[in-house]
Design a protein around this ligand. Structure first.
Ligand code: SF4
Length: 306
């Protein structure tokens, strides 16, 4: 595995030189995914970036678990926008036992849509829950490390970075694919960005979602607009790809903080996945604009064949 020192040296190269190195690791195709926010808000945790935490007076529309029909409708819509993966996402530290059976049904419903693979992002799992998700046919589980182990206490104190890693390991234990990424721009140092790249390399996710903080009013990070600039976002993406050559980097929330030119540059050099449509509590780009961008770059849309 590449060392921390080597990655730090790469990070400080001229950006074009660095992106040229990372471009050697990508394929000429882009995978689209989409999500449904199946339960919103009222979370007991205090993640300082999150609109859904009940610790902060954010202005969101909290709601309990939605109905099966709504998930099915959203999955079909995602498919019509060329998504090949569709995620059921719920707020909260762990999935409520009372919701779990319904979430299993939702996953089965997504698996019934031809050409769409199911993902779920429902919090910290125990062994039994991971087993049940695998048995019901869940393809991929999403659970971010969010930031480096060393910076985690500055971001959240109601659960630990290790709690998150334990869930990632359970996902692998039960043979599901792992989608595990970060949120950049939360005040982490360059060294901590390098640490994240290496921590991810250790757990080897199939997909690494990259979020860039969109500061939410009334959260502790509401004024963190300038904690990372576009050049440093690109540098970070490049070192993530170099440290994780077999994982797909996926642009998720906050992508719109990059100019169109830099989004295209990232797709040409280190990013191979896009979350299309809206994110959990922030707005994304229309799917047809993403399709147009990918085609203009001469890239193929990755379609599921199984
Ligand atoms: S990120 Fe997840 S665990 Fe943290 S406050 Fe938001 S919904 Fe809760």
């Amino acid at each position: 595995m590449i060392s921390k020192q080597e990655l730090l040296e790469l990070y400080n190269l001229n950006p074009d030189e660095l992106l040229n190195i990372s471009s050697k690791y990508i394929k000429n195709e882009v995978e689209f995914c989409s999500l449904v926010n199946a339960r919103n808000g009222k979370c007991s945790q205090n993640c300082k970036y999150c609109a859904q935490s009940s610790h902060y007076r954010t202005h969101i529309d909290a709601y309990p678990l939605i109905e099966l029909d709504e998930v099915k409708k959203a999955a079909l819509e995602a498919k019509s926008h060329k998504a090949s993966r569709f995620a059921i996402v719920t707020s909260g530290k762990t999935p409520d036992e009372s919701d779990f059976d319904k979430i299993i049904q939702m996953i089965e419903e997504v698996n019934n849509v031809e050409g769409l693979k199911s993902c779920a992002s429902i919090g910290i799992l125990n062994d039994e829950q991971a087993k049940r998700l695998s048995e019901c046919g869940l393809k991929r589980f999403h659970h971010n490390i969010n930031t480096s182990e060393s910076y985690y206490p500055q971001v959240c104190t109601t659960h630990s970075w290790h709690d998150r890693i334990k869930t990632c390991r359970l996902v692998k234990k039960y043979g599901m694919e792992l989608c595990c990424g970060v949120i950049l721009g939360m005040g982490e140092s360059i060294e901590q960005r390098v640490e994240m790249a290496l921590e991810l390399a250790e757990i080897q996710p199939d997909s690494i979602p990259i979020n860039i903080l969109t500061p939410i009013p009334e959260t502790p990070f509401e004024n963190y607009y300038d904690k990372i600039d576009e050049e440093n976002i690109l540098r970070t993406l490049a070192i993530f790809k170099i440290a994780n050559p077999n994982s797909i980097l996926r642009f998720c929330g906050g992508r719109m903080r990059l100019s169109d030119e830099n989004q295209r540059k990232a797709l040409n050099t280190c990013v191979e996945g896009l979350m299309t449509g809206n994110y959990l509590t922030t707005t994304g780009k229309a799917a047809n604009e993403d399709i147009k961008m990918v085609k203009e770059l001469g890239k193929k849309l990755k379609i599921n064949s199984d």
